[in-house]
Design a protein around this ligand. Structure first.
Ligand SMILES: [Ca+2]
Ligand SMILES: [Ca+2]
Length: 245
């Protein structure tokens, strides 16, 4: 066989399921985001997120801020999220002690995006932060009871995927590829990026890496799972399952 066929499977299918975003959520980096498309007070919005084991989103970088803001723009195209969308920053417990976000002027280098003059303590209790539509997403603070949209953030379990590679006595990887009719997509990628692509694809449960020669590999993402395989094809190697086709 001049084509090196490799079968790679993530360790534990349940673990890999937990690392993809639920339907309707949007992946960015190591988190999934969901727009609460109804106007609610900050505490209710927080509990809506909590119902999905998520928290109100906290932008921790310019890139994350931009992603969340563009998601809101997309969700509420073309006018944006009305009077704004709650984020997780608040000084509910102690006036001026902003949880999850630094206070304006904080010198820790933690990301902040307060609009001019914010946060303040207008009307004696503007304890919850939001992305302000009219300020291009910069943060303001308002009464927590104000009805606003919101964005939830769900961290993805961060683990190093473990791959099963069956190595023959000659040192080559000998596992055969999965059947072609389970391929979701294919593209040129190396081992690590192919595995990461599979992790971030909601339907990917396994992948092939085909050696095309001259150092080139093709990555195929598959939707084949153990449920699709005949019992006699499944092999278990320590913590990993593979398909012995
Ligand atoms: Ca965040
Ligand atoms: Ca306050």
């Amino acid at each position: 066989m001049d084509v090196l066929d490799v079968l790679l499977l993530m360790a534990g299918f349940e673990a890999s399921v937990a690392t993809v975003c639920p339907v309707g959520w949007h992946r960015y980096g190591k988190a999934c985001y969901f727009v609460v498309n109804e106007i609610r007070g900050w505490h209710i919005a927080k509990s809506i997120c909590a119902a999905s084991q998520a928290s109100l989103a906290v932008p921790n970088s310019l890139e994350e801020q931009t992603f969340i803001w563009e998601l809101l723009q997309w969700e509420f195209y073309p006018d944006g999220p009305g009077n704004g969308a709650w984020i997780g920053c608040n000084d509910i417990d102690w006036e001026g002690d902003w949880q999850n976000c630094p206070l304006r002027g904080d010198d820790t280098n933690a990301y902040q995006n307060w609009r001019e003059g914010k946060p303040d303590n207008q009307r004696g209790g503007a304890d919850c932060a939001l992305m302000v539509n009219s300020a291009g997403g910069k943060w303001g603070n308002q009464l927590c009871t104000n009805p606003r949209y919101a964005t939830c953030e769900l961290a993805i379990i961060d683990y190093d995927p473990l791959f099963c590679l069956q190595i023959g006595t000659h040192g080559h990887i000998i596992s055969p590829c999965l059947t072609d009719n389970h391929v979701l997509m294919e593209f040129d990628q190396g081992l690590e990026s192919c595995g990461m692509a599979c992790l971030s694809h909601p339907k990917c449960s396994s992948f092939n890496l085909k050696d095309q020669g001259q150092g080139k590999t093709v990555c195929q993402l598959n939707d084949l799972t153990l449920q699709n395989a005949a019992d006699e094809d499944v092999v278990e190697i320590e913590n990993c399952y593979g398909l012995d086709l």
